[in-house]
Design a protein around this ligand. Structure first.
Ligand SMILES: [Zn+2]
Length: 244
């Protein structure tokens, strides 16, 4: 028996001991700097975590991300975790998450984002987390949806439900014409499609989660599709901000 009364090992201690043993034979490395992780570190070392170029929008309701949707969709709140800068080592987080078969880094960073925003009341009136879907082919190639793992991390801290089956992605990328906010035709060549389970989103405030926000075209297309569900409202959270 490993847990129970004084002198016996509890579950947490037991897991910690197992991890310590595993670390001897299979050392875990920081995804950013590559140094060996300490026992209590996960995916990123403390030094890299502290050096993350955090995105600090002064307002969650009016900022460069929400600005992208003015006149198109009403976005309640928007936030991002770190600045994506071309060539920066911090971008290795995204590389690991998307191309090195490491969904766990998404989970760890999802929890980090949730803790970062809890103090700013970001999640207060959110009903459901909706990770941006991947196309079937992309999901099959990667083996997982990286946005879903970010969503799981956020859910682990906030307790919010994650909905992954109400909308599907039918194409990989939005066309450039979608970026013309005034001239575009709505709901034409959308890259997403509602599924028969979409009614669960009715009347809900949705938190759309994605890995990187660049032009906003993907999220714009998702909002276009979701607005066919009555009473939905949107907020946005991304791991990286590459919006300039
Ligand atoms: Zn590091």
């Amino acid at each position: 028996m490993l847990w129970g009364e004084e002198g016996m090992m509890n579950t947490k201690e037991f897991r910690r001991s197992l991890r310590a043993c595993a670390d001897v034979f299979f050392p875990r490395l920081c995804v950013v700097c590559g140094t060996r992780l300490a026992l209590d570190e996960q995916q990123l070392c403390v030094a890299c975590l502290h050096q993350l170029p955090l995105v600090r929008f002064s307002s969650l309701t009016e900022n460069p991300m929400t600005d992208r949707f003015v006149g198109i969709h009403s976005v309640c709140k928007a936030a991002s975790c770190f600045h994506y800068q071309k060539g920066a080592t911090v971008n290795r987080i995204l590389f690991d998450l998307k191309y090195r078969d490491n969904p766990q880094v998404g989970f760890v960073l999802g929890r980090f984002m949730a803790r970062m925003l809890t103090g700013r009341a970001f999640f207060e009136d959110i009903d459901v987390i909706l990770p941006v879907p991947l196309s079937h082919i992309r999901r099959w190639q990667r083996g997982y949806n990286q946005s879903e793992w970010l969503a799981r991390g956020v859910a682990a801290i906030t307790g919010l439900p994650v909905c992954s089956d109400a909308v599907k992605r039918v194409r990989n990328n939005p066309t450039q014409t979608r970026l013309d906010r005034w001239g575009r035709l709505e709901n034409v060549d959308s890259i997403f499609k509602l599924t028969r389970n979409c009614s669960v989103l009715s009347g809900k405030h949705l938190l759309l989660i994605d890995d990187v926000f660049t032009t906003g075209a993907t999220i714009l297309s998702l909002c276009d599709t979701l607005k066919a569900v009555p009473g939905t409202r949107f907020s946005i959270l991304t791991l990286a901000w590459a919006g300039g």
